[in-house]
Design a protein around this ligand. Structure first.
Ligand code: PMP
Ligand code: GLN
Length: 378
C-alpha cells in the first residue's frame, strides 16, 4: 500500500480553520492569537536580518538563545541545563515532538499517551513502527488514573508522552501527579516526553509542574516548549527541547537530518526579547482575564463549561442545545451560527464523543464578545 498512515486525514485544525474562513465565522477553533506580538520583537528580527544574520546558525541553535532559554528554565524551575549539550532550538513543538519520537522509538516499542491526545503524537509514533498505548482522561477534571498507568506499563514501554497544561482539556497536573509518574518510571528505561508548550499559561495561582522541577523525571525527560504560545507568534514555528546530554545526543542525530536547524534572525531576535523584562511572567494573568471574560459571557448560556486550569482553551458541553455528534455540531455552529470550534472527538482514536467542543480564547476582547453574543443566544 502507498500510505503509511491510512487512517489519517487532514488535521482537524486545518479543516476547521478552512470551514471558518469559508463560512465567514469567528474562528475560535485552531489555537492561535488574533492579536500581534509587540513591535519590538519585529524590530529585533529586522535588525538581525539587516545585520547579516541570514546564513545557517549552529545546528542546535544560536548560543544567545540557548543561553536565554537555560536562564529562564533555571530561574523558573531550578534546573540547570548545559547550553552546549542539553538545549536545542527546534522548528516549533511539533517538530520537536516528532523528532523525539523518531530518535528514540524502535519498531514494536510501546508509547503511552493520554486521550484526548494532541493529534500529532500518534501518527509520529506509528511512523516509527511504535505501538501507541492509549489511556483515557475522564471529565470533568481529566486527571490521569495512576493505577491504570501502572497497569499499562510493560517491558516494551519505551516512552510516555505527557502534556501539561493540557490541550484540549485545560487540565494542569499537580505535584502529586508528577510524583506518581516519577514513582512509576523509577528503575525503568522509560523516556518521558513532556509537552509543556502552555507552561506559562496556568491560572488561579497554580504552579506549572515542569518535569524540570522534578529531578527524578528530568533525568529521563525531553521537555518541549514553543515560543508560538508564549510570545503570540504561532506562525514563526520556533520552539525548543531540553534534556539530559545522552538523550539530547540522540535527539540531535535526527534533528540534524530533518531540519538541521532553525532560521537565524528569529533566533537572535528571540534571545534579545527574552533578556528583559521577563514577559512570560505576565502571560498567565493576561490569559486568565480572557478566560474569565469568556466564561462569564457564557455563564447564563446553555453550554456547560468545564473547568479550565490552564492553556487558552475552554471546553464546553452542548447537550442542552442539541444532541448530535460533535462533528455535526461544530459544522452547524460554524456555518449557521458563525462561530467555529474544535470537536473533541478529534482527539480520540475511536471518535469517542462526549458532546463537548473546544473554544480558543486567545482572542481580542471584541472577538470574544462577538462570539459569545452568538453562543449565548443558543
Ligand atoms: N503541542 C500542543 C499541546 C499544542 O497545543 C501545540 C500547538 N497548538 C503544539 C504541540 C505545536 O506547537 P508548535 O506550533 O510550536 O509546533
Ligand atoms: N495546536 C493548535 C491547536 O491545538 C493548532 C496547531 C496546528 O494547527 N497544527 O489548536
Amino acid at each position: 500500500p502507498l500510505s503509511r498512515l491510512p487512517e489519517v486525514g487532514t488535521t482537524i485544525f486545518t479543516v476547521m480553520s478552512r470551514m471558518a474562513q469559508e463560512a465567514g465565522a469567528i474562528n475560535l477553533s485552531q489555537g492561535f492569537p488574533d492579536f500581534h506580538a509587540e513591535p519590538v520583537l519585529f524590530e529585533r528580527v529586522a535588525h538581525w536580518m539587516r545585520a547579516g544574520m541570514n546564513q545557517y546558525p549552529p545546528m542546535a541553535g544560536v548560543a544567545p538563545l540557548r543561553e536565554a532559554i537555560a536562564r529562564k528554565v533555571e530561574a523558573l524551575y531550578g534546573a540547570r541545563y548545559d547550553v552546549e549539550t542539553e538545549v536545542t532550538v527546534t522548528a516549533g513543538a511539533t517538530q520537536a515532538l516528532f523528532t523525539a519520537v523518531a530518535a528514540l522509538v524502535h519498531p514494536g516499542d510501546e508509547v503511552i499517551v493520554f486521550e484526548p491526545v494532541y493529534d500529532s503524537y500518534v501518527p509520529a509514533i506509528e511512523l516509527q513502527g511504535g505501538v501507541p498505548v492509549r489511556l483515557t482522561l475522564e471529565a470533568p477534571d481529566y486527571r490521569p488514573d495512576w493505577a491504570a498507568v501502572a497497569a499499562a506499563i510493560t517491558p516494551r514501554t519505551r516512552m510516555i508522552m505527557i502534556n501539561t497544561p493540557h490541550n484540549p482539556t485545560g487540565a494542569v497536573w499537580s505535584g502529586e501527579d508528577m510524583a506518581q509518574l516519577a514513582a512509576l518510571v523509577r528503575g525503568t528505561d522509560i523516556v518521558v516526553v513532556a509537552d509543556e508548550v502552555y507552561e506559562h499559561i496556568v491560572f488561579d495561582g497554580r504552579r506549572h509542574e515542569s518535569c524540570a522541577r522534578h529531578p527524578a523525571l528530568a533525568e529521563r525527560s525531553l521537555i518541549v516548549s514553543s515560543f508560538g504560545k508564549t510570545y503570540h507568534i504561532t506562525g514563526w514555528k520556533v520552539g525548543y527541547v531540553l534534556g539530559p546530554a545522552a538523550l539530547m545526543a540522540e535527539f540531535r542525530k535526527v534533528h540534524q537530518f530533518n531540519v538541521f536547524t532553525v532560521n537565524t534572525p528569529v533566533q537572535y531576535a528571540l534571545a534579545d526579547y527574552m533578556a528583559e523584562p521577563q514577559r512570560h511572567l505576565a502571560l498567565a494573568g493576561f490569559y486568565q482575564a480572557k478566560r474569565d471574560r469568556f466564561r462569564a459571557a457564557l455563564g447564563a448560556s446553555r453550554f456547560t463549561l468545564l473547568p479550565c486550569a490552564g492553556t487558552y482553551f475552554q471546553l464546553a458541553g452542548y447537550e442542552a442545545i442539541g444532541d448530535r455528534p460533535d462533528v455535526d455540531f461544530v459544522r452547524w455552529l460554524t456555518c449557521e451560527i458563525g462561530v467555529a470550534a474544535i470537536p473533541v472527538s478529534a482527539f480520540h482514536h475511536d471518535g469517542r464523543d462526549a458532546r463537548v467542543v473546544r473554544f480558543c480564547f486567545a482572542k481580542h476582547e471584541d472577538t470574544l464578545d462577538a462570539a459569545c453574543e452568538r453562543l449565548a443566544r443558543l
